[in-house]
Design a protein around this ligand. Structure first.
Ligand SMILES: Nc1ncnc2[nH]cnc12
Ligand SMILES: [Zn+2]
Length: 335
């Protein structure tokens, strides 16, 4: 089954490119750019990855991102993830980036987006991997700052498919960003938001009703409201669930407590994603393998989860069909 999982072509819809910064590259960039990090060795970095909550992770994640300075750094970061896509059989990926994490340190928007986009262009050319970029607003900052960021992004609109909302969820509800999401919608951006990762279902209702989002990132708290569960099922609103992340950030005590199988059995449109794989012990395949090893997940469930990802992606209907055909052919060959 593990070999079967690895061979299947997949899509990823919830991946923070800054969260794919491996300790080795962090170390290399800290030297190359002469940026001090609070670690002496790569092992020290790995030891620091011991989280108790979303915030305890974010503090370390933002500190790590400080080594990213030049366009080449953003290229190298993205290229490393592209190579992981090849390893994990990810044929389509929609990646997040957090411009404010970098612009607040004096890095130009252009430097960030061009570094990422060039690596994604090369991924298409060299490996045929298709991709899209979603720009996330940091919800611990105010809406004014998000509006400024949206304005900066307009010049690079051809590279940015959608906008999202991430960072510290508790105390920063979606309604705080009503205006900027409205503007982004008017400009034609796709809309997604992290909601119901740690915070209660009111955040998911707000994301849907006030921000008009098309996909919910995480959404694992949905099970606390029957009304929401019924709506998610009826409208088939995608949830980009990140199992390893939820375990590492103590959203669930352990894998056997994770509710993804229950959400799937309720017929919600659930997908599997890696979130910040360098910090959360593994890329997409490892998330599927952990589900298989710890929950009562069948081969049929895995195929359904992967089909959901292709169907919930922002690619054209014809490309979706192409990828699902490829998936079905791979399944046939494996039997
Ligand atoms: N899991 C997560 N939740 C919120 N913000 C994030 N930024 C990076 N990973 C995140
Ligand atoms: Zn996330």
């Amino acid at each position: 089954m593990i070999e079967f999982i690895k061979q299947l072509p997949k899509a990823e819809l919830h991946l923070h490119i800054e969260g794919s910064l491996e300790p080795e590259l962090m170390f290399k960039l800290s030297r190359r750019n002469n940026i001090e990090i609070p670690y002496k060795t790569i092992d020290d970095i790995k030891k620091a990855y011991n989280f108790t909550s979303l915030q305890s992770f974010l503090d370390i994640y933002y500190a790590g991102a400080k080594v990213l300075i030049h366009k080449q750094d953003f290229y190298d970061l993205t290229w490393d993830y592209v190579l992981k896509c090849v390893e994990n059989n990810i044929v389509h990926t929609e990646i997040f980036f957090d411009p404010q994490t970098h612009t607040h340190r004096g890095i130009e928007f252009k430097t960030i987006i061009e570094g990422i986009q060039e690596a994604l262009n090369d991924a298409k050319e060299k490996f045929g991997i298709t991709s899209a970029i979603i720009m996330c607003f940091l919800r611990h900052l105010d809406q004014e700052d998000a509006l400024k960021t949206l304005n900066q992004a307009l010049e690079y609109k051809k590279y940015i498919l959608g906008v999202g909302l991430d960072s510290s969820e508790l105390g920063n509800p979606p309604s705080k960003f009503e205006e900027v999401f409205k503007k982004a919608k008017e400009k034609g951006f796709k809309l997604v938001a992290h909601a119901g990762e740690e915070a209660d279902v009111s955040y998911i209702f707000e994301a849907l009703d006030i921000l008009s989002i098309q996909r919910i990132d995480h959404g694992v708290q949905s099970y606390k409201s029957d009304e929401l569960m019924q709506r998610l099922k009826k409208e088939q609103i995608p949830l980009t669930v990140c199992p390893n992340s939820n375990i590492e950030l103590k959203v669930f005590e352990n894998y056997s407590q994770h509710n993804i199988k229950k959400l799937l059995d309720y017929d919600l449109n659930v997908t599997v994603n890696s979130d910040d794989p360098s910090y959360f012990k593994g890329y997409l395949n490892q998330n599927f393998i952990n589900l298989y090893e710890n929950l009562d997940i069948s081969e049929e469930d895995i195929i359904k989860l992967i089909k959901n990802s292709f169907n919930s992606s922002f690619i054209s209907e014809s490309l979706k069909k192409q990828y699902i055909n490829k998936l079905e052919e791979t399944i046939k060959k494996q039997k």
